[in-house]
Design a protein around this ligand. Sequence first.
Ligand SMILES: Nc1ncnc2c1ncn2[C@@H]1O[C@H](COP(=O)(O)OP(=O)(O)OP(=O)(O)O)[C@@H](O)[C@H]1O
Length: 298
Amino acid sequence: MPPPGTAPPPTQPYAAASPTAQPSPNTVADFLAAFGGDVEAAVAALRAHHPTTGAGISPIPSRPRRQRSGDHIITVTDLQKTYRMARQRVAALGGVSLEIDRGEFVALTGASGSGKSTLLQLIGGLDKPSGGSVVVDGVNIGKLSDAKLSRFRNQTIGFVFQFFYLQPFLRLTTNTEVPGMFARAPRKQRRAHAQALIDEVGLGDRSRHLPREMSGGQMQRAAIARALLNRPPILLADEPTGNLDSATGASIIELFERIRDEFGTTVVIVTHDDDLARRADRTIRLSDGRIVPQGVVA
Ligand SMILES: Nc1ncnc2c1ncn2[C@@H]1O[C@H](COP(=O)(O)OP(=O)(O)OP(=O)(O)O)[C@@H](O)[C@H]1O
């Protein structure tokens, strides 16, 4: 997985907040402060520095596709991204246009290096495009200042990643509350909502557990609960099952379906796995930084 590009460097080593490390609260507070308290940007930077296991997922049944509503919550127009490294230029996205409806469950698929993560990061405002535009919930996010973008992300988008990125020293309830702290939600309210979400994702009996006391699937459920804390209308997930066994991965996809059905959340996932992608309402396949027209085999 490549780095997201524009996230500012933290002042502490990335390893300090890895799922297994045990930093002091001050270390983590400093780490988050280096990102201006923007949890998602911090997570994106961590993600860029984490090893990949490449664990696989086995087939699960597809489900009937839903009709599209035409109420677009995400509109991407002629999106381009070129990474520049020394003298090298890598064209990661070469003009992508798409629309995603409110409450739709979309899977982004394609070969390694086809631009899936880049597209997800640009939709989530974690990186800046080289050209084109991304409109999310009526807001052209390319036109927002960094501070406004950070606030917008916190309120509008929940992020879920392959390696969970829970704070290792926080118990599940507090971990789930973290986005509410940055949104300055009243303590009592965010705690009650965290507890409701923990129940919703099936971890009601694990509230006092630290991440290291949970399984991979439980940690991913916890990360999903945390992503939902600010009631975002959109959930973006990059390889959310890539680090899980096939049965656990399937249960995570079912959880996304349930979240979409119960909360009306728009869910966009990146996955290598065509069987998991078939669970989504729609699959968008990328090849060499472009969308493959439907019916064409890439
Ligand atoms: N920060 C970066 N700097 C330079 N090149 C990058 C960066 N991020 C991505 N790339 C390049 O952009 C292209 C698209 O990468 P991206 O991660 O979006 O693909 P992907 O489809 O998500 O791949 P994978 O499935 O392997 O994660 C690749 O060629 C990659 O090497």
